[in-house]
Design a binder for this molecule. Structure first.
Ligand code: OGA
Ligand code: MN
Length: 338
């Protein structure tokens, strides 16, 4: 039997009694039931290496991979393509040069977001593991979470009614969060010109039956089925209002990473998250993440199941940005949801 100790009055729990390396199926079921309720779970000092992290994650579904983001010549710090690099280190193990493209890209993680909302097939769970952390108290030792289900419950009734009636389609792209986080670096980048992936912004979180606001920093603009694109100003206003609401104090909590081996698992269909202050600062912070493809019927939103996952190539020298997948790499084949 696992123990779930709540972290915040509406969401989040720390789990005791789980060894993710050897968790029996009954324990896995408890984890799934627990995350359906709490939205995110914290596991302390699990001692998993890359193999163990990937192996446990695979028990939760098919994993996304980073093959499409590996631009030619980029060296990786590890061999598993299932591990997204959420840290601030380069291939030689040094803290990223703040002028490097990767350092600029990483700033987007500091704004509340939903991982993979810009993909045609969204993500269900992510599992983020600390491999190396900054010294305690030096900054960069936190990840923050926002409860997007409770935030919906707390909206004024007229706005809830508007969302239910209009059934807005959100159009997401990663350029949107990058530009929000670092407008100077990305001043030539126009998120409107990027490919957008479309997911309803009000969705029922199937594992809990609760409604969720599926918004966050990658959300660029809105459509309705009845009238197409929403007027740009109106769209921006509503997106800003909803994002400000979800990330306002009553719905937010912060988790402190205590030691390497800590793992936080969240459900992108129920919470938003962001890297805490100082995460991309001067101290090494090695964080690796697996991303589980959503296998629910709404996983692909309004996107064709044949849509390739967009990569993102930005050349700061030329200022060119494309959504193209690098020609050197095989395009990942999306898995159809039956
Ligand atoms: C991520 C992410 C936040 C952090 O891995 O998706 O947003 O604190 N990480 O590193
Ligand atoms: Mn993230």
């Amino acid at each position: 039997m696992l123990t779930f100790t709540p972290i915040h009055s509406t969401f989040g729990a720390e789990v005791q009694g789980a060894d993710l390396a050897t968790l029996p199926d009954a324990g896995l079921q408890e984890v799934k039931t627990g995350i359906a309720k709490y939205g995110f779970l914290v596991f302390r000092d699990m001692g998993l290496d890359d193999d163990g992290h990937v192996a446990f994650s695979k028990r939760l579904g098919d994993l996304d991979n980073i093959a499409r983001f590996i631009t030619p010549g980029r060296k990786l710090r590890y061999s598993h393509v299932e591990l997204f690099d959420a840290g601030n280190m380069d291939a030689d193990g040094n803290v990223l040069d703040p002028d490097s493209a990767r350092a600029h890209q990483a700033k987007g993680n500091g704004i509340f977001h939903v991982d993979s909302s810009f993909n045609p097939r969204r993500a269900s769970y992510c599992l983020l593991r600390a491999v190396e952390l900054p010294p305690a108290g030096a900054g960069g030792n936190t990840t923050d979470f926002a409860d997007s289900r409770t935030a919906y419950d707390a909206l004024p009734t007229d706005l809830q009614q508007q969302l239910l009636k209009k059934n807005y389609i959100g159009r997401h792209c990663i350029a949107q969060s990058r530009k929000l986080a670092d407008p100077e670096f990305y001043h030539d980048l126009d998120p409107a010109s990027q490919p957008h992936m479309r997911h309803y912004i009000l969705q029922r979180h199937e594992p809990s039956g609760r409604l969720n606001l599926y918004v966050g920093a990658h959300l660029h603009s809105l459509e309705t089925e009845a009238s197409g694109l929403v007027d740009a100003d109106e769209s921006t206003r509503l997106i800003q209002q909803l994002n400000a609401h979800v990330s306002s104090a009553p719905f937010v909590t912060s988790v402190t990473w205590q030691q390497p081996g800590d793992i936080i698992m969240w459900d992108n269909r129920a919470v938003q998250h962001r890297a805490g202050d100082g995460s991309y600062g001067v101290h090494k912070r090695d964080m690796r993440r697996t991303t589980v493809h959503d296998d629910s019927p709404t996983a692909w939103g309004l996107n064709a199941t044949s849509t390739a996952m967009p990569g993102f190539v930005y050349d700061p020298t030329s200022g060119n940005t494309t959504g193209a997948i690098s020609a050197e790499l095989p395009a990942p084949v999306p898995v159809a949801v039956s």
